[in-house]
Write a protein that binds this ligand. Structure first.
Ligand code: 6GU
Length: 237
């Protein structure tokens, strides 16, 4: 039995991440020994009075900045190694709207490599820039908008990668035909229907009850292509 993939999330609000303990794909992966997700408190090893974590920005301006000494103390206190050694052993991901955008390809790469991962969630105006330069090994954003903190981004990323681990979904087939998968050439998923066959006059396409599996497969592929074509291209909008 191999060791589980370790993902540690450092945040000022560890209890927010309790959702990760409940959601099915992550629970399955954890119970199967594939994944070990932990929420850790950035304040835990703060060397400052009252476990202070942030400070006013040099040069003035609005908001507070998370201190580099506090982040280093949290990591070094938890792992018992220097930041330099930690960066060699783990992916240290700083969540920021300015980072490269997380997408399905990045999720596949992470799930394949399963490098031990540490995620840093910022609040306020973000981290002192020395955390970006000397502590993190990379930056990631989940999309072109600004969140009030990294916690929901961390949950989004972990949900996305966990369901790619073998056995995390009840039925592994569900990954194959999913939106963005190779089986659909990176396109959108086809529509699904279940009983009742008719509701308020809203009917289910007849072909799905035809029993003709080849025709059903062709219909689904065509539907998927049509939905993909109807989507705005993120590069041009
Ligand atoms: Cl990772 N963090 C914050 N604060 N805002 C974001 C984001 C991350 N990704 C998109 N917007």
């Amino acid at each position: 039995m191999s060791i589980p993939w370790s993902i540690d999330v450092f945040t000022l609000f560890p209890h927010w991440l309790s959702w990760l303990e409940e959601v099915r794909p992550i629970r399955n992966a954890t119970e199967d020994g594939l994944l070990d997700v932990r929420a850790l408190d950035l304040r835990e090893h703060s060397p400052l009075k009252h476990r202070q974590v942030d400070d006013t920005p040099y040069g003035g301006g609005a908001g507070m900045v998370l201190r580099v000494d506090v982040v280093a103390a949290a990591l070094e206190g938890h792992y018992g190694t220097s930041v330099e050694q930690l960066r060699e052993r783990r992916r240290v991901v700083l969540l920021t709207p300015a980072g490269p955008q997380f997408d399905d390809a990045m999720a596949n790469r992470w799930a394949e490599e399963q490098q031990p991962t540490t995620i840093l969630c910022g609040r306020y105006e973000g981290f002192d820039h020395r955390v970006h330069e000397h502590v993190a090994t990379e930056e990631v954003s989940i999309g072109p908008y600004v969140l009030s903190g990294g916690e929901t981004a961390a949950m989004t990323i972990i949900d996305t990668v966990a369901r790619k681990l073998p056995g995390a979904l009840g039925n592994h087939e569900s990954l194959v035909d999913e939106t963005f998968s190779d089986a659909l050439d990176g396109g959108s998923e086809y529509p699904h229907y279940t009983r009742p066959a008719e509701f308020r006059g809203w009917t289910v396409p007849e072909i799905l009850s035809s029993g003709n599996h080849a025709a059903i497969a062709a219909w689904r592929r065509e539907q998927s292509q049509r939905r993909t074509a109807a989507q705005p291209d993120p590069e041009t909008t």
